[in-house]
Design a protein around this ligand. Structure first.
Ligand code: SAM
Length: 262
């Protein structure tokens, strides 16, 4: 069986250009909140923010790295998929950003010495990581004591039915999907890894069905349709499945998290 990492490289390699313009990935409101959480309440780190070294893990085409760049000395964007980084380099050039660089790497084996960064961000990617515990240990290792971690990711509400359904739909959408976690699960994992949780901010976006079916195989598109057609009226309501502008839309759950190292 393919590992989630090789599946991610294949899937993101194929769709890299899409992520440069994807409205949900370039969403200025969410990016602004990531920056706000990264820059707020960072007591315990003596260095002033303009001298910070930041690491953006699973940077993709660089949206988060570019959003952080004006506030810190340098951002390094790391990603598993070379084609995503090719797009990121082209975007950096188009925007004439001087303090962002990119490198290939896997979150489970970060190629940096301990305590290299003041800030780590990781956006819309943790649900692809094959071993989230190892990923969090690696992130903590490369963060300075008192350093800040900000995560934005797909999530699920504290509800067994929606948890199982959303994880099933997302595994049909993307073969590199591993798991999207509830807010309480995230808080537990962060505390277990040695972080102090500072903010847990769930949010919902009502998105078209195409956001699940685009890029999926024909077989998986049929599975998505079957799963939705099999829902009871009460379950459709839980998913907020409704027509908007002639297209079915449903809720997608997300989570912003901020934590301190130690
Ligand atoms: C949806 S994109 C990320 C979007 C980006 N962070 C942003 O804010 O626009 C998910 C990325 O996760 C990367 N990825 C998946 N597994 C990874 C891993 N184990 N280590 C590093 N990157 C990984 C993929 O290559 C892909 O570029």
């Amino acid at each position: 069986m393919k590992s989630p990492e090789s599946a991610a490289q294949r899937s993101f390699g194929r769709r890299a250009a899409y992520y440069t313009t994807s409205a949900t990935h370039a969403d200025p409101q969410v990016l602004a909140r990531v920056v706000e959480l990264a820059m707020s309440g960072t007591e315990g780190l003596a260095s002033p923010k303009p001298s910070w070294q930041a690491l953006d893990i699973a940077t993709g085409t660089g949206h988060t790295a570019f959003a952080l760049a004006p506030d810190v000395a340098h951002v390094l964007g790391l990603d598993l998929t070379p084609q995503m980084l090719t797009q990121a380099v082209a975007l950096r050039q188009a925007r004439s950003i001087a303090n962002v660089d990119f490198c290939l790497g896997d979150v489970h084996r970060l190629p940096f010495s301990a305590e290299s960064f003041h800030l780590v961000t990781c956006r819309r990617a943790a649900h692809h990581f094959s071993d989230i515990g190892q990923a969090l240990d690696e992130i903590r290792r490369v963060l300075r004591p008192g350093g800040r971690l900000v995560i934005d990711d797909r999530s699920v509400p504290e509800d067994d039915f929606l948890d199982a359904l959303m994880n099933r739909l997302d595994s049909y959408h993307d073969e590199s999907h591993v798991q999207e976690y509830r807010p309480s699960h995230w808080a537990r994992m962060l505390e277990q890894a040695g972080f102090s949780v500072k903010a847990v901010e769930p949010y919902i976006q009502h998105r078209p069905l195409t956001s699940l079916t685009d890029g999926a195989s024909q077989k998986n598109v049929r599975r998505i349709h079957r799963a939705l057609q099999g829902l009871t009226p009460a379950q459709r309501q839980q998913l907020n499945l409704a027509e908007r502008d002639g297209e079915p839309h449903s809720n997608h759950w997300y989570l912003l998290l901020s934590a301190r190292n130690g």
